[in-house]
Design a binder for this molecule. Sequence first.
Ligand SMILES: [Zn+2]
Length: 80
Amino acid sequence: MVRLGVPMLIWLWVVAGLAGLAALGLFYVVRDARHQRRRRRRKMRLFCCGKCGRVYVGGRGEPAAPCPACGRMNNSVRTM
Ligand SMILES: [Zn+2]
């Protein structure tokens, strides 16, 4: 068995604690990035065409989207 002195045990304890905190920080960074990506994907907008009057849904957080019927760019009227 390897004999460790008290300073070495304290050092190992500190290093293990810092490694745990780093792992926890990394976990939250990855989780938040995934959550934001999912939210951006889910965010749908409602558009009403000013030319032909068609109501359609667009997504991905874009403030304007072309009408599928006539191609006119319209601003969103509501975020869902
Ligand atoms: Zn249209």
